[in-house]
Design a protein around this ligand. Structure first.
Ligand code: NAD
Ligand code: IPM
Ligand code: MN
Length: 361
């Protein structure tokens, strides 16, 4: 049996708390359904930076390359600026390992309270959204766009100080994420919505639109549409069931996936995969949420986003039965309505939620 090697970067705040539960559930699923992975826990984090002045050792990228995948909790420390921690590890990893496909599903599970509701068209009565009513996947471009580290600052501290942050859009970068979105739509409800802002950003976003028009011609079987990002934010709330596959730039995809997370229950439920589809470099799996300093150390973080992210990783590694079992176990726990964490209206601790999912899996 091949044993996959996983680099585990728990990181900061609730990161290590939720990641330990993801490992626990993965091990339980693999024990039951076959397969094995080796977990290599690395201490790299904001906390480690405080001790060493580095986010990773000098040969850190080489160390990571010796693994099949990276499982990451969250990076972000109250004592260290985000532009040091995140620009020293998470954001360069997505670029260095060409993890251009950021896959972020959002699904309304049975038993999860949804902050949105519907109205009966005749009586006006308030209707709860049905399980599965929201079922979308966001394909976020993950290596360029608004996150390109290109720009500079001039006249620092002076009244005429200036900062320039360039947006970088390439035909290749747009093409490959859009193609992936269309391919995914073929296996789903055959609809792709592109998120744009070409009414205001006349260079990068116009190229984005043109590439979307070109790629969509190759997929005549898929319903292709485009929405301005501001209107899309409204429709995520007004009619989230209208979305199937959404393809978005780096920044728009980031913002919209906090929204897709909360309309399907909580930040604590949203999983994410940073994929290098060519498998030349390790792919990285992490919850959408951050280190949540407001609840860190209390043992109350919801570990389901991390567990579901680890499930995406096992699926990517070919441990399909174990991955399916993890998702089904999460769905079962939620449907039962007992033993849920505080963000879902319960009182269960992080560790208790992990143990409950591991027992079902
Ligand atoms: P956050 O996602 O950490 O928290 C936002 C809100 O959601 C908070 O109220 C938090 O308590 C809640 N929340 C998040 N995850 C939860 C969970 N699993 N269970 C229950 N509640 C949860 O976002 P933030 O507060 O804007 O950022 C905090 C730090 O994390 C910052 O340093 C930020 O840069 C960093 N960050 C890192 C990542 C990452 O490493 N991938 C992602 C987002 C933010
Ligand atoms: C995410 C996070 C990161 C991002 C931050 C921490 C840089 O918000 O993964 O959603 O913006 O990509
Ligand atoms: Mn984000």
């Amino acid at each position: 049996m091949t044993v996959s090697r996983i680099a585990v970067i728990g990181g900061d705040g609730i990161g290590p708390e939720v990641i330990e539960q993801a490992i626990r559930v993965s091990d339980a699923a693999l024990r039951k359904h076959g397969g094995r992975v080796d977990w290599n826990r690395l201490p790299w984090s904001g906390e480690w930076y405080k001790k060493t002045g580095m986010m990773m050792p000098a040969d850190g990228w080489e160390i990571l390359k010796g693994h099949d995948c990276v499982l990451l909790g969250a990076i972000g420390h109250p004592d260290v600026p985000d532009h040091i921690t995140l620009h020293g590890l998470l954001l360069p990893m997505r670029r260095k390992f060409d993890q251009y496909l950021n896959y972020r599903p959002a699904y309304l599970y049975a038993g999860v309270p949804c902050p949105l509701c519907d109205h009966d068209p005749v009586t006006g009565a308030v209707l709860a959204k049905k399980p599965g009513a929201i079922d979308m996947v966001v394909y976020r471009e993950n290596t360029e766009g608004e996150y390109a580290p290109i720009g500079g600052r001039l006249y620092q501290g002076m009244p005429h100080e200036l900062a320039v942050q360039a947006n970088v859009f390439t035909r290749r970068g747009c093409d490959r994420i859009m193609r992936a979105a269309f391919e995914a739509a073929r296996k789903r409800r055959k609809k792709v919505t592109s998120i744009t802002k070409s009414n205001a950003q006349q260079f990068g976003m116009v190229l984005w639109d043109e590439v979307f028009a070109d790629v969509s011609k190759e997929y005549p079987d898929i319903q292709a549409g485009s929405l301005l990002v501001d209107a899309a934010a409204m429709d995520f709330v007004r009619r989230p069931e209208s979305f199937d596959v959404v393809v978005a730039s780096n920044l728009f995809g980031d913002i919209l996936t906090d929204l897709s997370a909360i309309i399907t229950g909580s930040m604590g439920m949203a999983a994410s995969a940073n994929i290098n589809p060519e498998r030349i470099f390790p792919s990285m799996f992490e919850p959408v949420h951050g280190s949540a300093p407001d609840i860190a150390g209390k043992g109350i973080a919801n570990p389901l986003a991390a567990i579901l992210s680890a499930g995406l990783m096992l699926d990517f590694l070919g441990h399909v039965a174990a991955a399916d079992a993890m998702r089904e176990a999460v769905a079962k726990l939620l449907k039962g309505g007992k033993g849920l964490p505080p963000d879902l209206g319960g009182t269960a601790k992080t560790e208790e939620v992990g143990a409950a999912v591991a027992a079902i899996v």
